[in-house]
Design a protein around this ligand. Structure first.
Ligand code: SF4
Length: 337
């Protein structure tokens, strides 16, 4: 749907029920009813950056830091494959705690042993790192732009610039990754026009995945006293994104469940076609504290139960891009010996 910035703002500020129903119909038309399940392994909470909204920021001294071993990660992937998870998301804070060669070897080992696609979400890195991980078999890369407003971005990210992030997304695209971006909804000072710009930026970047998630404040951060995002307002942004972006993968992010017990379910009824299950071992899970009190609701059984309640089938395929990306195909099949 070709919408102007003004029209997107009107939709974001308009009637919730009509908008969500239209987005649900659009999702059915361009993605079908099957929901793609992504299994996330949060393999390290070490982070060198200091983003104002994130509990993993380096100045949060209260947090015990961890990094999983390759053997631990491979055990989790083996179990996930048995549970029919077809995409593994390897996610961490942004640091040099894990050497690029280590991650390349891990990606290659996962692709060699298991029949899964791999999404990386490890932050801004050098083109050489991106190339090595792509050559090792990584299929996708998620790098949220967080906000398309450069002033807001600068206030939240003391050690990165929006332009650098966008350049990184361009580099990832040129290397043949399926790319994903996304925003945070409900930031202090954020206007409807900023949210419209977030959606338009995702359209301009022609992304394969777009994650629009609400702010859930962490008390140990500069945004600790900010109000959490409103769930209806957040669902409206997600719905508008579906209408404007068409055939892209849009997740019901776990942060929706922090706003309401049925938050992810409602997101799946407002345009989302992807759901995430947290596969991080229990001894580490509470330490990946982007925001506090993350519920156990995003465990694999509870995540599958949402789909049962909605009567939506679990997708059987890898859930690759809905757009023609032939250059991404060679990494789809695991290079088994
Ligand atoms: Fe680190 Fe990412 Fe959190 Fe920023 S948002 S502090 S880069 S983990």
């Amino acid at each position: 749907m070709r919408c102007s910035r003004h029209e997107i703002v009107s939709l974001i500020e308009g009637r919730t029920a009509d908008l969500l129903a239209a987005a649900d119909a659009a999702r059915r038309e361009c993605c079908g009813d099957a929901v793609h399940l992504r299994g996330i392994i949060e393999f390290s909470n070490v982070c060198a950056r200091n983003c104002a909204y994130c509990g993993l920021r380096r100045e949060n001294d209260e947090l015990t830091r961890y990094t999983m071993s390759a053997e631990e990660i491979l055990r989790v992937v083996a179990e996930a494959e048995r549970e029919e998870v077809r995409t593994i998301v390897l996610q961490s804070g942004e640091s040099d705690a894990c050497r690029p060669e280590w991650l390349a070897q891990l990606v290659a080992a996962v692709k060699h042993r298991f029949d899964v696609a791999i999404t990386l979400c490890v932050g801004e890195k050098s083109p050489e790192c991106y190339r090595a991980w792509r050559q090792a078999g990584a299929d996708r890369y998620l790098l949220k732009h967080e906000t398309a407003n450069p002033t807001l971005y600068a206030g939240l990210h003391p050690d990165s610039r929006l332009q650098e992030r966008l350049a990184a997304l361009g580099c990832l695209r040129s290397l043949g990754y399926q790319i994903g971006t996304g925003n945070i909804i409900g930031l202090p000072g954020q206007k409807s026009a900023d949210l419209a710009d977030d959606v338009l930026l995702a359209r301009k970047l022609d992304v394969d995945m777009a994650a629009f998630g609400p702010l859930v404040p962490h008390p140990g951060t500069p945004l600790g006293n900010a109000p959490a995002a409103d769930i209806d307002a957040s669902l409206r942004v997600l719905a508008v994104a579906r209408l404007v972006l068409g055939p892209v993968h849009i997740p019901a992010t776990t942060a929706f469940d922090a706003l309401a017990p049925d938050g992810r379910q409602r997101a799946l009824q407002a345009g989302a076609n992807v759901i995430m299950a947290n596969l991080t071992p229990h001894e580490y899970r509470n330490l990946y504290e982007v925001y506090p009190h993350r519920r156990a609701a995003n465990s694999l059984p509870r995540t599958k139960a949402i789909l049962t309640r909605l009567g939506r089938p679990l997708a059987a395929d890898y859930g690759h891009s809905l757009k023609p990306t032939p250059e991404a195909k060679p990494c789809c099949a695991p290079p088994k010996a």
